[in-house]
Ligand binder design. Sequence first.
Ligand SMILES: [Zn+2]
Length: 107
Amino acid sequence: MRHSELDVIRERLQQRLGELTKRAGKIENDLRQPLNPDWEDRITERENDEVLESLDASTLDEAGQIQEALDRMNAGTYGICLTCGKPVGEKRLEAVPHAATCVGCAS
Ligand SMILES: [Zn+2]
């Protein structure tokens, strides 16, 4: 993969990571809101919190995968499948820039 292409992908990943970090911060802020004294409202808020918590988990999960992809870029192993050591493939990286495994190993 050419360096110019890597730079474009790195920029995309860093931008996405920035968005995810911002989103995670906002979710955690919402989760820290004090509980409503009214019971019924409190139940609704609990349900919202559960949605927020799973949102938070998937946000952090994706952020972690992107961070790992950026680490692999720095290490020069980006685009190589972690499982079989073959190229992940440019089409797959275009669709999932933080992919750590090739299509064969991912399924
Ligand atoms: Zn593989």
